[in-house]
Design a protein around this ligand. Sequence first.
Ligand code: PLP
Length: 475
Amino acid sequence: MKTIFEIKSKNTYRLPRCDVPEVDLKEYLGEDLREELNLPSVSELDVVRHYTNLSRLNYAIDTSFFPLGSCTMKYNPRVNEEVANYEGFKNLHPLTPDEYAQGTLEAMYRLKELLKELGGFADVTLQPAAGAHGEFLGLLLIRAYHLDKGFERKTVLVPDSAHGTNPASAALCGFEIKTVKSDEKGELDWKDFKEKLTEDVACLMITNPNTLGVFERRIKDIADALHEKGALLYMDGANFNALVGVARPGDWGVDVMHFNLHKTFSTPHGGGGPGACAVGVSGRLKDFLPVPQIDYKDGKYFLNWDIPKSVGKILTFYGHTAVLLRALAYILSYGKDIDLISKYSVLNANYLRKLLKDVLVDPYESSPCMHEFVLSAQNLLPYGVNAMDVAKALLDYGFYAPTVYFPLIVKEALMIEPTETESLQTLEEFANALRQIVQTARTEPEKLKQAPTRTPVRRIKEAEANRKPILRFMV
Ligand SMILES: *Cc1c(COP(=O)(O)O)cnc(C)c1O
């Protein structure tokens, strides 16, 4: 496709004839008048065509299936957009005094109360900008808790099946990381955990369901063991899509959990928009939450700055309000049927996993999966085909690729998350595409090495494209 600079057409816009005297700009601007600027000069029709065609090069949840494991790329209902675009919400200045912002404060307060209820937490903050920021806050709270008790604990235990952001957030917060192994079922290895649970452990940071899509059945025992040693339990709840309305982490003894509102509660994210995160805490950490908290007293909603042990502020203003509003609309649209989200997402994942049973290798076959599952393309290695080739080939079938090479504990991993919003037909079409790709791998493997052939760009150098992206067209 041509860039706008390469399109040659005549500027055809129409304006009424000028009825003021023309002036020589050089007289006014002198040296500042730059003539070397190479601006595109194209007709209105060509501008419209150019940008329409450009937008059609994008892959989006609105155009096709997006089985990107751990990212929960579900449909974003349009009613959310309508709510977030109400004039009263949209035009509110962030420095408006509380008494003139009652509607927005009430909406935030209601979201906070709903998340407390859904997660079983003593309190919730909506301040963090996204999941990893919520993790960082959760760890700040844990550090503040131990310091308040009078001693510093330096170690955070992280299972090898945790999301990559977990050890990264803990390291950023100044903790030392110790990795805990997974057992053959894909759950936390109890013996290894108990051995590593020393007096220096501040918390265990566990993703549950973990990145294998496996639920940690001993989560309550894990919480008890930690508490007995004076340590806390951080649960990464970005995958709350698997649990919402069915189970409450606070009831298991989880002390802090971040919710990825942009995943579980359906707002466009990744390349499609910003995220928003809520962090729920147990009574142990309530006093350390960031200021301000949204509170309600004597018929008024207000930003409460009076939290003496607070870790402070972690965002310029209060949360990503427009995303929070979308999440609230989504929760309210389900009402008491909110458990359908997790029930259908788990059902869809298990169904798709069964469809792919004899297509790729299922390394944790004996463990039921929750909202996602991990397969391995190691059965294709003898043909010279790997997980990356399979992912690229899927693009030619019109599907987005699953997450690949993660989690690290599975060789040639493909991590697939269908979400609850996909139909049986879509799941079956996706399974058929994978089946055909595996067939091609056996018969004409060199064909897969060429994929993708139907996308705007072919194979890019993954690392270089991320580290040195070229975002500007040079003329
Ligand atoms: C997405 C995700 C995160 C990070 O969330 P961001 O909003 O991308 O920062 C953390 N943990 C898990 C399990 C996730 O899926």
